[in-house]
Structures are given as C-alpha cells and as structure tokens.
Design a protein around this ligand. Structure first.
Ligand code: CP
Length: 325
C-alpha cells in the first residue's frame, strides 16, 4: 500500500521514535490522559467502557530483544482499550530476521496486515527510525539499541511529576551504565527541556554518559557533573535514577571483575546519605545494583514506576488508535 504525502505527514506525527518529538505542553497533555487511563483501569464501569473503545483494531508488538515491562504493559494496554495483539517476543530468532530479512522489509510486510500500530524493540540503534521511514502504520519505539526508549522516559517523567508536581528545578542523579543505557539517555533529553534541572552522573569512567547527551545539556544550559562517587550523587538529590550494567551491549568494554561493581550498588546502608524527600527510581530489570533490602524504604518507587508504564502506554496507544480511525 502506498501512502500520499498528506498521509505521510500525518503518520510522521503519530510515530513515537524519540523524546525529541515531545515538548513540555504535549508531555503534560499525555500526563492528563495517563491520569484518566489510570482511573478508568481501576473503575469497573469505566474499564468495561474502555474495553469497547478500539474493537476491531489490532496492534503488533515486534520485539527483537527480551522485555518484560515494555511488551507486556503495551499488550495489556492494547487489550484494555479493546484492541487485539499479535506479538513476536523473540523476533531475532523466530521471525524471518533469522534468515536475514531486513527490518525495512519486515515492516513493509506488516503494513499489509491491517495493524493500527507497531510497537518495535530492536537491538540496533536507529532501527525504529529506519522502520518508520518505510512504514505505512505508526511505529512506537520500544527501545532501539543504545539509542532511545521514549515511552520509558515518559513513564519516568510521569513518576517524577507524580511525586514533585513539577519537572523543573530538580536535582537528578543518574547512576550505573550511562554509556549504554537508553532509558537514562531518553530521560535526560526529556528533562533537559525543563528549566533549572541539575544532573549528576555517577558511573565508572568507561560507562560515563555519552558526549551527545552532555553536549545537549550544555546547549540547553543545564548544569551537570560526572562523578565516580555515589555518595556525592546522593547528597542533594531529588531523584536518584539507577541503572544496570548493559552486558548485552558489551562491545569492546572490559568485563568488570565483579558485576555489579559494589561501588555502584545502592545498599541499605546508603539510605542515610539520601535525602528523606528523594525518590529512588530504576527502569528495571535490576540485577543486583539496588539491594533488595532497599525495597522497603518509602523512597524506593521503582515498582510503582513500572506500574505507571501501563497507564502511560495505554494513553499513548489510545492516541495512536484514535488517530487511525
Ligand atoms: N524498562 C524496560 O524497558 O524493561 P523491559 O526490558 O522488561 O521492557
């Protein structure tokens, strides 16, 4: 199916490939829609009504990398709004990618199958942009290599807004593998749009935040600092956003003797260094970089944060499905 220029322009606004497509007003509108989704999903009458909204539509979730939260929250959201879901959870092995098919050809074919949206996770940075360039249906980037994870950043920002009632003038400390972690990259890009935010990056030097992000902070006038000391990162923090070692993107980096490196693990004993008003976030999965004992602390919000993924993704999917009518 070929698309006209007008249809292409409309599609362009529906793809969600990067947080750079959002401005603060649009983000706050998504938050309002997210609030409505949260209420609807917890109110039986509204949930029933919502379940009839997109009957007859179908969403494809095409995942070339493993996922628990992103895929299942999108699929749950699709079902909650009445759409059906067709999924491939290990497309690298079980789709024709294993025979050498390109993402472009796969997406062109899926465009012939009457889907209303395609949620795509891929191991290559830039794959979502390449897919969108040939797609006649909206693409939602569910994480592309070391590039971006825009829907994670939206749910992260929603979680921060829920706690502080603002997204500006915050001290935000991000720690762990900042070089290869796409969630941290997207969140920093998104929060750099707001005035007065100050970032502290805590990592081993070889896993420091990449220059494209720090250049962005310099261009937006956002203050930032790099440190190897978690204690330094914790001191003034409103938000502590911790991440795991992205071992699946090992590249030419030396494998550390111990992973997670104990210097970058949040232990129960670290809690005294963290302000009482701060929140501790993590995109999950965690693999030891936050001790399980920290979960009981009221500042630890990472499971609630993951739960917010359902509501934000329901809001995002509803937008896309409404626009496809
Ligand atoms: N945070 C996140 O993207 O989790 P999954 O890899 O489980 O989807």
């Amino acid at each position: 199916m070929s698309t006209t220029e007008t249809e292409q322009a409309h599609l362009h606004t529906l793809h969600l490939l990067s947080v750079d497509q959002l401005n603060p007003d649009e983000l706050f509108t998504i938050f309002e829609e997210t609030d409505r989704m949260r209420e609807a999903l917890h109110t039986s009458g509204q949930a029933r009504e919502l379940a009839g909204r997109h009957l007859g539509k179908s969403v494809c979730t095409l995942f070339y990398e493993p996922s628990t939260r992103t895929r299942l929250s999108f699929e749950r959201a699709a079902v909650a709004t009445g759409a059906t879901v067709i999924s491939t959870e290990n497309a690298r092995e079980f789709s024709s990618a294993a025979k050498g098919e390109t993402i472009e050809d796969t997406v062109r074919v899926l465009g012939e199958y009457c889907f209303s949206a395609l949620v795509l996770r891929h191991h290559e940075t830039g794959a979502a942009i390449r897919a969108a360039a040939v797609s006649n249906i909206p693409i939602i980037n569910a994480g592309d290599g070391k590039g971006e994870h825009p829907t994670q950043a939206i749910l992260d920002a929603y979680t921060i807004y829920e706690r502080f009632g603002r997204l500006d003038n915050l001290n935000i400390t991000l720690g762990g593998d900042l070089k290869r972690g796409r969630t941290a990259r997207s969140l920093v890009k998104l929060l750099a749009q707001f005035e007065g935010n100050r970032f502290v990056f805590v990592s081993r030097p070889e896993l420091a935040m990449e220059p494209d992000i720090t250049d962005r902070l310099e261009s937006t006038g956002s203050a930032y600092a790099n440190t190897t000391s978690k204690k330094r990162g914790f001191g003034n923090a409103d938000v502590i956003y911790w991440t795991r070692d992205q071992k699946e993107r090992a590249e030419d980096l030396a494998i550390p003797d111990e992973s997670p490196d104990p210097a970058y693990v949040i232990e129960k004993t670290d809690l005294t260094d963290i302000p009482p008003t701060a929140i501790i976030m993590h995109p999950l999965p965690r693999v030891g970089e936050i001790a399980v004992e920290v979960d009981e602390d009221p500042r630890a919000v990472y499971f609630k944060q993951a739960g917010n993924g359902l509501y934000t993704r329901a809001a995002l999917l509803d937008r896309v499905l409404r626009a496809s009518e």
